[in-house]
Design a protein. Structure first.
Length: 162
Protein backbone atom coordinates (compact mmCIF):
# COMPACT_ATOMS: atom_id res chain seq x y z
CA UNK A 1 0.00 0.00 0.00
CA UNK A 2 1.36 3.42 -0.92
CA UNK A 3 1.93 6.05 1.73
CA UNK A 4 0.83 8.77 -0.66
CA UNK A 5 -2.61 10.09 -1.33
CA UNK A 6 -3.65 12.75 -3.82
CA UNK A 7 -6.61 13.57 -1.56
CA UNK A 8 -4.64 14.94 1.42
CA UNK A 9 -2.77 18.21 1.81
CA UNK A 10 0.63 16.61 2.36
CA UNK A 11 1.05 13.36 0.43
CA UNK A 12 4.27 12.55 2.27
CA UNK A 13 2.60 12.07 5.66
CA UNK A 14 0.46 9.00 6.19
CA UNK A 15 -0.38 9.34 9.89
CA UNK A 16 0.93 5.91 10.96
CA UNK A 17 3.93 7.19 12.92
CA UNK A 18 3.88 8.61 16.44
CA UNK A 19 5.20 12.10 17.08
CA UNK A 20 8.22 10.54 18.79
CA UNK A 21 8.95 8.25 15.83
CA UNK A 22 8.69 11.22 13.43
CA UNK A 23 11.14 13.14 15.62
CA UNK A 24 13.62 10.25 15.48
CA UNK A 25 13.07 9.96 11.73
CA UNK A 26 13.73 13.66 11.15
CA UNK A 27 17.03 13.56 13.05
CA UNK A 28 18.19 10.46 11.18
CA UNK A 29 17.22 12.05 7.87
CA UNK A 30 19.38 15.08 8.74
CA UNK A 31 22.35 12.82 9.50
CA UNK A 32 21.94 10.77 6.34
CA UNK A 33 21.53 13.91 4.24
CA UNK A 34 24.77 15.26 5.72
CA UNK A 35 26.36 11.94 4.71
CA UNK A 36 25.15 12.60 1.15
CA UNK A 37 22.73 9.69 1.20
CA UNK A 38 19.33 9.74 -0.52
CA UNK A 39 16.60 8.72 1.92
CA UNK A 40 13.09 7.34 1.48
CA UNK A 41 10.73 6.81 4.41
CA UNK A 42 8.23 3.96 4.52
CA UNK A 43 9.49 1.97 1.54
CA UNK A 44 7.51 -1.18 0.75
CA UNK A 45 9.73 -4.20 0.18
CA UNK A 46 9.20 -7.25 -2.02
CA UNK A 47 8.65 -9.33 1.13
CA UNK A 48 5.53 -7.30 1.91
CA UNK A 49 7.24 -5.55 4.81
CA UNK A 50 7.65 -1.79 4.95
CA UNK A 51 11.01 -0.31 6.02
CA UNK A 52 10.89 2.85 8.14
CA UNK A 53 13.81 4.43 6.26
CA UNK A 54 15.90 3.22 3.34
CA UNK A 55 18.98 5.15 2.32
CA UNK A 56 21.14 4.94 -0.75
CA UNK A 57 24.78 6.06 -0.59
CA UNK A 58 26.80 7.63 -3.37
CA UNK A 59 28.51 4.25 -3.78
CA UNK A 60 25.19 2.42 -4.15
CA UNK A 61 25.11 0.92 -0.67
CA UNK A 62 21.59 0.35 0.71
CA UNK A 63 20.84 0.83 4.39
CA UNK A 64 17.61 0.08 6.20
CA UNK A 65 16.93 1.99 9.40
CA UNK A 66 14.29 0.60 11.74
CA UNK A 67 12.93 3.29 14.09
CA UNK A 68 12.03 2.31 17.64
CA UNK A 69 10.44 4.97 19.83
CA UNK A 70 10.09 2.92 23.04
CA UNK A 71 11.10 -0.31 24.74
CA UNK A 72 7.63 -1.71 24.04
CA UNK A 73 7.90 -0.76 20.36
CA UNK A 74 11.09 -2.84 20.15
CA UNK A 75 9.75 -5.80 22.15
CA UNK A 76 6.56 -6.30 20.14
CA UNK A 77 8.19 -5.97 16.71
CA UNK A 78 9.96 -9.10 15.57
CA UNK A 79 9.84 -8.47 11.81
CA UNK A 80 13.13 -6.58 11.67
CA UNK A 81 15.37 -9.63 10.96
CA UNK A 82 13.57 -9.92 7.59
CA UNK A 83 15.02 -6.54 6.57
CA UNK A 84 18.54 -7.99 6.27
CA UNK A 85 17.54 -9.62 2.97
CA UNK A 86 16.93 -6.13 1.50
CA UNK A 87 19.98 -4.09 2.56
CA UNK A 88 23.74 -3.98 2.86
CA UNK A 89 23.54 -2.68 6.42
CA UNK A 90 20.76 -2.74 9.02
CA UNK A 91 20.44 -0.06 11.72
CA UNK A 92 18.09 0.73 14.56
CA UNK A 93 17.37 4.36 15.39
CA UNK A 94 15.96 5.69 18.63
CA UNK A 95 16.03 8.64 21.01
CA UNK A 96 17.72 9.29 24.35
CA UNK A 97 14.88 7.99 26.53
CA UNK A 98 15.19 4.42 25.21
CA UNK A 99 17.97 2.30 26.74
CA UNK A 100 20.49 1.48 24.04
CA UNK A 101 21.41 -1.91 25.48
CA UNK A 102 18.10 -3.47 24.31
CA UNK A 103 19.20 -3.36 20.67
CA UNK A 104 21.04 -6.34 19.14
CA UNK A 105 24.81 -6.02 18.83
CA UNK A 106 24.80 -7.33 15.26
CA UNK A 107 22.91 -4.25 14.02
CA UNK A 108 23.99 -0.66 13.75
CA UNK A 109 22.57 1.91 16.14
CA UNK A 110 21.68 5.57 15.59
CA UNK A 111 20.70 8.04 18.30
CA UNK A 112 18.49 10.95 17.24
CA UNK A 113 17.30 14.12 18.97
CA UNK A 114 15.09 15.31 16.12
CA UNK A 115 17.60 17.90 14.92
CA UNK A 116 20.30 15.44 13.99
CA UNK A 117 21.63 12.03 14.90
CA UNK A 118 24.88 10.21 15.38
CA UNK A 119 26.11 6.69 14.84
CA UNK A 120 26.50 4.95 18.18
CA UNK A 121 27.46 1.65 16.56
CA UNK A 122 28.18 0.98 12.90
CA UNK A 123 26.29 -1.85 11.22
CA UNK A 124 28.18 -4.85 9.88
CA UNK A 125 28.14 -5.12 6.12
CA UNK A 126 26.34 -8.01 4.44
CA UNK A 127 26.40 -7.28 0.71
CA UNK A 128 23.26 -7.90 -1.30
CA UNK A 129 23.21 -10.35 -4.16
CA UNK A 130 23.27 -8.55 -7.55
CA UNK A 131 19.68 -9.48 -8.47
CA UNK A 132 18.39 -8.29 -5.09
CA UNK A 133 20.39 -5.06 -5.38
CA UNK A 134 18.91 -4.39 -8.82
CA UNK A 135 15.38 -5.02 -7.55
CA UNK A 136 15.93 -2.73 -4.55
CA UNK A 137 17.44 0.03 -6.72
CA UNK A 138 14.47 -0.12 -9.09
CA UNK A 139 12.03 -0.08 -6.18
CA UNK A 140 13.85 2.85 -4.56
CA UNK A 141 14.06 4.93 -7.75
CA UNK A 142 10.52 4.24 -8.95
CA UNK A 143 9.07 5.01 -5.51
CA UNK A 144 11.09 8.24 -5.25
CA UNK A 145 9.94 9.37 -8.69
CA UNK A 146 6.31 8.52 -7.91
CA UNK A 147 6.43 10.45 -4.64
CA UNK A 148 8.00 13.44 -6.33
CA UNK A 149 5.18 13.48 -8.87
CA UNK A 150 2.56 13.17 -6.11
CA UNK A 151 4.16 16.02 -4.15
CA UNK A 152 4.16 18.14 -7.32
CA UNK A 153 0.47 17.43 -7.88
CA UNK A 154 -0.34 18.24 -4.25
CA UNK A 155 1.58 21.52 -4.52
CA UNK A 156 -0.24 22.50 -7.71
CA UNK A 157 -3.61 21.80 -6.04
CA UNK A 158 -2.59 24.14 -3.25
CA UNK A 159 -1.58 26.85 -5.71
CA UNK A 160 2.16 26.46 -5.05
CA UNK A 161 4.38 26.90 -8.08
CA UNK A 162 6.98 24.20 -8.58
Amino acid sequence: MTILSIAVNNPLIDGRQSERALLVRRGVQVLLSEMRQAVLPELSLSSGRRADLVSLSEKGELWIIEIKSSIEDFRVDRKWPDYRAHCDRLFFATHGEVPLDIFPEDCGLLLSDGYGAHIVRDAPEHRLAPATRKAMMLNFSRTAAQRLMMAEWAASRQGIES
